[in-house]
Design a protein around this ligand. Structure first.
Ligand code: CP
Ligand code: NVA
Length: 299
């Protein structure tokens, strides 16, 4: 594995190996660990806000022996219009790897191509692969496996989180139901590309929740969509609340990638009731991403 650019471009072998390594790294965090990033400097280039991703990568790189350099868009010439391919060719000659959060997926792809150094997608408008690895790890810890589980994604069915989930369902073979208002379901073009019978779509959140072992949600308006009140107004029936959760399987967990907007996609009551799982999920960003870093430098 040279890069982690998307779940779409990964495979079931790679995903399973990353989760297994994350479990091992989590178990051994307090013991002496090897330092595969010793002597390396990694750049973290973010053009969107972040708490979890930034902190988990900064800590993760350091725990693996490397140094990090955080570069926000406004600190570097990228923010003044220097092309990504030029930024990539400069950084590729100086740092050993890059972790990028931005809008266009193409920018991350171009960075990887022109820099020729290991590149990690830390969220684009298209996908959020690092989050999905942490989510899968959490499911394994809480439910033992995703095999045979019914997973529901209720919220914006056409955003980075839902798309990464759909690719994970295809490659790992679990059942995923995506529920969203009609205009926020994935496009036919996307579904044709996905080409799997593991993912079903519905506008009915109750149908999605029924019998599910995992209920997963995300903000209704992703970064860059602030102020789209008309879109947000479509989601009233898709809130994760106690009424909706009555339809789940006997044993179920609630996942939220965070940040959460209480009273919108999830109620305060449900978030706090499932806080153990949700903050374990947040912690798992660190372990999953350490597995990604160690894997990329081992190639
Ligand atoms: N879930 C997630 O990516 O959180 P941040 O935006 O805080 O990094
Ligand atoms: N879909 C959200 C995820 C945040 C971690 C966003 O892009 O803002």
């Amino acid at each position: 594995m040279m890069n982690l650019l998307s779940i779409e471009q990964s495979s079931s072998t790679e995903l399973n190996a990353l989760i297994d390594l994350a479990i091992e790294m989590k178990a051994n965090r307090e013991k002496h660990q090897t330092q595969p990033l010793a002597g390396q400097t990694w750049a973290i280039i973010f053009t969107k806000a972040s708490t979890r991703t930034r902190v988990s990568f900064e800590v993760g790189v350091r725990e693996l022996g490397g140094h990090v350099m955080f570069l926000s868009k406004n600190d570097i010439q990228l923010g003044r219009g220097e092309p990504i391919k030029d930024t990539a060719r400069v950084l590729g000659r100086m740092v050993h790897g890059a972790i990028i959060r931005t809008f266009a997926q193409q920018d991350v792809e171009d960075f990887a191509r022109f820099s020729k150094i290991p590149t990690i997608n830390a969220l684009t408008d298209e996908e959020h692969p690092c989050q999905i690895l942490a989510d899968l790890l959490t499911i394994k810890e809480k439910l033992g496996t995703w095999n045979g589980k019914r997973i529901a994604f209720i919220g914006d069915g056409d955003n980075n989180m839902s798309r990464s989930w759909m690719w994970a369902a295809k490659y790992l073979g679990f059942e995923l139901v995506v529920s969203a208002p009609e205009s926020c379901l994935p496009s036919q073009e996307f579904m044709n590309r996905l080409d799997t019978d593991r993912v079903t779509l519905t506008t009915d959140p109750v149908e999605a929740a029924r019998g599910s072992h995992v209920i997963n949600t995300d903000v209704w308006l992703s970064m860059g969509q602030e102020g789209q009140d008309e879109k947000e107004a479509l989601f009233g029936a898709y809130q994760i609340n106690s009424e909706l959760l009555r339809h789940c399987a006997d044993q179920f967990i609630v996942l939220h990638c965070l940040p959460a907007y209480r009273g919108k996609e999830i109620t305060e009551e449900i978030l706090e009731e499932h806080a153990d799982t949700i903050f374990q999920q947040a912690e798992n960003r660190l372990h999953a991403q350490k597995a990604v870093l160690a894997t990329l430098v081992s190639e």
